[in-house]
Ligand binder design. Structure first.
Ligand SMILES: [Ca+2]
Ligand SMILES: [Ca+2]
Ligand SMILES: [Ca+2]
Length: 145
């Protein structure tokens, strides 16, 4: 139970405040993934954070997320997206796909190993870095110009 609370907190990061302010495109993603708060997310930040997320959901700590552990992970992300509302931005769907079992289970054995999850970091990063400038910023969310 403690673990569930921790990850909910980590993934949600004061949703009440985020909702109260006019949401900048992608602000919810930046809050969660911009570890040094400089407004830009690097591949390194994505990779580090994905490792953290993996450990949060790997309840039995066997370095693999099985289908059962993924149920909780999926539910948590769905709740997080609901909380985020507009702050999730236009890229929210791509963001979600990059965290699914299907996207990350490279050897198709029905579970996601830590190595698989980490190895997908650059691929996931590339799908979100829409303007391909090598960092994820609010420019990668919101309307296309
Ligand atoms: Ca950063
Ligand atoms: Ca696998
Ligand atoms: Ca970018």
């Amino acid at each position: 139970m403690t673990q569930i609370k921790t990850l909910a907190l980590a993934l949600t990061l004061v949703p009440g405040i985020a909702l109260a302010q006019a949401a900048k495109p992608g602000s919810h993603f930046l809050e969660n993934w911009d570890l040094n708060d400089d407004g830009a997310i690097t591949v390194e930040e994505i990779t580090t954070r994905r490792a953290d997320v993996f450990y949060m959901f790997d309840v039995d700590a066997n370095d693999a997320l099985d289908a059962q552990e993924y149920v909780l992970f999926d539910e948590t992300r769905a709740a997080d997206m609901q909380n985020a509302g507009e702050a999730a931005g236009k890229g929210a769907h791509k963001v979600q796909i990059g965290l699914t079992l299907a996207f990350n289970d490279f050897d198709a054995d029905g579970q996601v190993s830590k190595d698989e999850f980490i190895a997908r970091s650059p691929d996931w990063f590339a799908t979100i870095d829409r303007n391909a400038d090598g960092v994820i910023t609010s420019a990668d969310f919101g309307p296309m110009n």
